[in-house]
Design a binder for this molecule. Structure first.
Ligand code: PLP
Length: 405
């Protein structure tokens, strides 16, 4: 009998299972609305021109080797990543402890591990709904930390439950609890707090002495504007005295999904805390990965450090966010043209890659089984799977499953 024969088995990851099912489907007009990857006008992966240029420059340099990075990661990347998210003046604060991670997932994980080891919090507050991995990460890191949810999203009206979120944090969260926020382009709902709402949320965090943990996976990718997408983080950083964490991913905004580039920032507010935090982060990371991968880090550092490449990158971001906005409009127009029952206006006003459709499990099964259209069981669609060639077909199929008894 194996030592591992009694392990409990969980369902396979829904997102990755759908990717495999989609690949195996031979239907010529299949549509993939499930993954969180940007796709171009023909639903193919897109290498950003800024990234392509950076790669050419890096790989033609014969001094580019394959040595380890330092334990904290690629120094220029860390420096530029800080400025990107906190703004150029963040150096004045000078108390941010930053370490390179295995993309955004690794930053979330290392941040959770750090908090669990440094000062095990009583609870972590997670938006309902959220990116599927938040619960997984915290559960595996330390199941003694209670995972609680704040009621972020109203599934009937496709709006934010702002009052309920505020009252939950005010009445139920306790000093020192962690609160996970999506910095921009909330996954899976595609709807963010307004600036006034962010200000109110920050005030509650200050009043209750909560520890904000921002997950930023879509900076620049959401609106096409880097500063706008970092507004929430910068508001907390400059206008409160809270210590906070930021998990920064470069997967989506650089199209570097498989390169696994990310950074974890811990805002410590004092020099001594920063130095101790860096020490602990180094130890935790050393025990897990020794050092982070080098290739993607070089690419991101190169683009962020070169004025021409950075300008090109900003064009690339605009290109992606414009394409998503135009697909949102095309989908809404087509759904309305078919007089599809339901509430669809939010498709246009949502931000970033995702929207919730409100489709029911049976309708989602029909979309896959009859029409070869793939979306997550939650009803979330990824707008990037839409193209001029398939958007009409998608709207027509949604209309069919919604109107067929
Ligand atoms: N955080 C959120 C909110 C996400 O949506 C994602 C990706 O889907 C991630 C983190 C993970 O990103 P990465 O691929 O960089 O690990």
């Amino acid at each position: 009998m194996s030592l591992f024969a009694n392990l409990s088995e969980a369902e396979p990851d829904a997102a990755f299972a759908l990717i495999e099912a989609y690949k195996a489907d031979n239907f010529p007009f299949k549509v993939d609305l499930s993954p969180g990857f940007y796709r171009d006008e023909d639903a193919r992966p897109w290498i950003l021109p800024s990234v392509e240029k950076a790669k050419q420059q890096l790989w033609s340099d014969s001094t580019t080797d394959h040595e380890h990075l330092p334990i904290l990661g690629h120094t220029a990347l860390l420096d530029r990543a800080q400025s990107l998210i906190f703004g150029a003046t963040c150096k004045d604060a000078a108390t941010i402890a930053s370490i390179q991670t295995i993309a955004g997932t690794g930053a979330n994980h290392l941040g959770a591990l750090f908090l669990a080891k440094a000062r095990r919090p009583r609870s972590v507050w997670i938006s309902d709904p959220t990116w599927i991995n938040h619960h997984e990460i915290w559960q595996w890191v330390d199941s003694r930390i209670e995972r609680q949810t704040y009621p972020y999203f109203n599934k009937q009206s496709f709006t934010i439950n702002f009052e309920d979120t505020i009252s939950t944090l005010k009445l139920k969260a306790k000093e020192g609890d962690i609160v996970i926020f999506h910095g921009c382009a909330h996954n899976p709902t595609g709807i963010d707090f307004t600036k006034d709402q962010w200000k109110a949320v920050a005030a509650v965090c200050e009043e209750k002495n909560l520890v904000p943990f921002f997950d930023v996976a879509y900076q620049g990718f959401a609106t096409g504007d880097l500063a706008e997408d970092a507004w929430s983080v910068r508001h907390f950083f400059y206008n409160t005295s809270l210590e906070m964490l930021v998990a920064q991913s470069f997967s989506k905004n650089f199209g570097l999904y498989g390169e696994r580039v990310g950074v974890l920032h811990v805002v410590c507010r004092t020099e001594i805390a920063k130095s101790k935090t860096l020490n602990m982060l180094s130890r935790l990371s050393r025990a897990e990965i020794t050092t982070a991968p080098i290739n993607g880090a070089r690419i991101v550092a190169k683009v962020l450090g070169d004025a021409d490449l950075k300008q090109q990158w900003q064009k690339d971001l605009l290109h992606m966010s414009h394409r998503m906005k135009s697909m949102r409009k095309r989908l809404l127009d087509a759904l309305l043209k078919y007089q599809t029952p339901g509430s669809w206006d939010h498709i246009l006003t949502d931000i970033g890659m995702f929207s919730m459709t409100g489709l029911q499990p049976d309708q989602i099964r029909q979309l896959k089984g009859i029409y070869h259209i793939y979306l997550l069981p939650s009803g979330r669609i990824s707008i990037t799977g839409l193209t001029e060639h398939n958007v009409e077909y998608v709207a027509m199929s949604i209309n069919k499953v919604v109107t067929t008894p």
